[in-house]
Design a protein around this ligand. Structure first.
Ligand SMILES: [Mn+2]
Length: 436
């Protein structure tokens, strides 16, 4: 039996806005949280003497992390080298760099020839001799057009057509790998993909334009004893036969992951059988407090009471309250801030509720025209559920608008879609708004 630790979506260096500078170290506390989470995974791999570690992709927020972040990542994984535990690092969408072939942040481990380390940046099969016997790992990194298609092949095709062409190629390429497998040896497919059976938590709001998904039926082949997935941040089993699991991210990236449990997978693998156990990590707690003050006689007191009801120490807190225009003067955010002092960090988001009924997007009347960015801003102002990512959406939209409409990036291609599919949604919104 081969014992495997499967973790994914580390995103080290993300979510700094939810932390603060630790005066003792000079580092952002959220960076320290993410480092601690990774350290716990590696501790566990060493303590339980696993035969292999599989990382499902998305090491950093992008392919060019600052050196101190790269070093913290390397320092933890280096302990696996010392412990003689082979490790496969899969390349996720956040790890890819658009410049140059093999330009992923993780490729440096291959270039340096780190003993026992394999970088999965192509669809290929690796046979690994572990101390408990051989294992076959088929690596499937994040798919982009250029992974399996050439430029002339995609010329003039719609995004949907490119997607289905990509899936056809994937089917063929995967079949090629499957035919080369040794049927006697336990086999794992390690893939950074969005499967059609995956469920999102709070991100379901983002399903405006569906991102590029791979049908589970293409991946769920009997030759695989386990499918180790990465990309979706919510832990879930997406297929039982063969067993396919997203361990999810190891720390919360933002409020969309508020209610999700965080952890990694411990796996016992033999040919034809995989037993997985989800191991929790003590991720930092994110807490949204929502208060409706519009009917309250003493809004300030009601708000204070809501804030003081729970012990918020060490939590990342988001206070959202609704109030009427005539109540604005009565609420003192400084006092509320003092009451939130104990929290690790906090944001206060007052929402003014108009007493008059109004159309959903009053600014978008039939006879008025708006520039795309102001139209998007109006749209976002009316979508409270998107408020956490509104700045990112606006930035992404501005990026899209800045691009040469006849250039290479005129179409939002699969590789440019964010992990939450939000960029595609933005692309759709922007295009629709342009038509207004
Ligand atoms: Mn990803």
């Amino acid at each position: 039996m081969v014992k495997i630790l499967h973790l994914s979506d580390i995103h080290m260096g993300s979510g700094f806005s939810y932390g603060h500078i630790n005066p003792e170290t000079g580092l952002n506390t959220r960076f320290e949280d993410f480092t601690r989470a990774l350290r716990r995974c590696v501790d566990s791999a060493i303590a339980q003497n696993v035969d292999l570690v599989l990382f499902g992709g998305d090491a950093f927020p992008d392919a060019t992390p600052p050196p101190y972040i790269q070093q913290a990542f390397a320092r933890e994984f280096c302990r696996l080298v010392t412990a003689d535990i082979p490790t496969v690092l899969l390349v996720g969408n956040h790890d890819q760099h658009s410049q140059g072939a093999g330009g992923a942040s993780l490729c440096i481990y291959r270039t340096l020839g780190v003993p026992g380390f394999i970088v999965g940046d192509t669809l290929t099969t690796h046979r690994i001799e572990t101390k408990s016997g051989p294992v076959q790992i088929v690596t499937l990194p994040w798919l982009t057009r250029s992974t399996l298609l050439t430029r002339p092949e995609t010329q003039g095709l719609s995004m949907g057509e490119v997607g289905s062409l990509l899936l056809d190629r994937l089917r063929v390429a995967l079949e090629g790998e499957i035919r080369k497998l040794d049927p006697e040896v336990p086999t794992v497919l390690l893939a950074h993909v969005m499967t059609d059976t995956a469920r999102y938590g709070a991100e379901r709001f983002l399903a405006v334009g569906k991102g590029f998904t791979v049908p589970m039926a293409i991946l769920a082949r009997a030759c695989f004893d386990y499918i180790a997935l990465g990309h979706v941040h919510k832990y879930q089993r997406v297929c039982e036969s063969p067993l396919a699991i997203y361990p999810g991210s190891i720390e919360r990236l933002d409020f969309s992951e508020e209610k999700e449990e965080k952890g990694y997978i411990m796996l016992d693998l033999t040919k034809g059988k995989a037993t997985a156990e989800f191991c929790s990590l003590p991720a930092r707690v994110f807490k949204t407090i929502e208060v409706d003050l519009t009917e309250k006689e003493d809004p300030q007191a009601a708000l204070l009471k809501a804030v003081q009801k729970k012990d918020l120490s060490e939590m990342v807190v988001r206070l959202v309250y609704k109030l009427r225009a005539d109540q604005v003067e009565v609420v003192d955010n400084n006092l509320i801030g003092e009451a939130l002092e104990k929290a690790h960090s906090y944001t206060i988001q007052p929402q003014l509720i108009s007493q008059l009924s109004r159309p959903r997007l009053p600014e978008l009347g039939v006879d008025s025209s708006l520039a795309p960015m102001s139209a998007l801003q109006s749209y976002l102002d009316n979508r409270e559920d998107l408020s956490a990512i509104a700045p990112d959406i606006l930035e992404a939209a501005q990026g899209l608008l800045n691009e040469d409409p006849y250039g290479d990036k005129a179409i939002v291609a699969p590789e440019e879609i964010g992990s939450e599919g939000d960029l595609e949604a933005v692309g759709d919104s922007v295009r629709q708004l342009r038509l207004l």
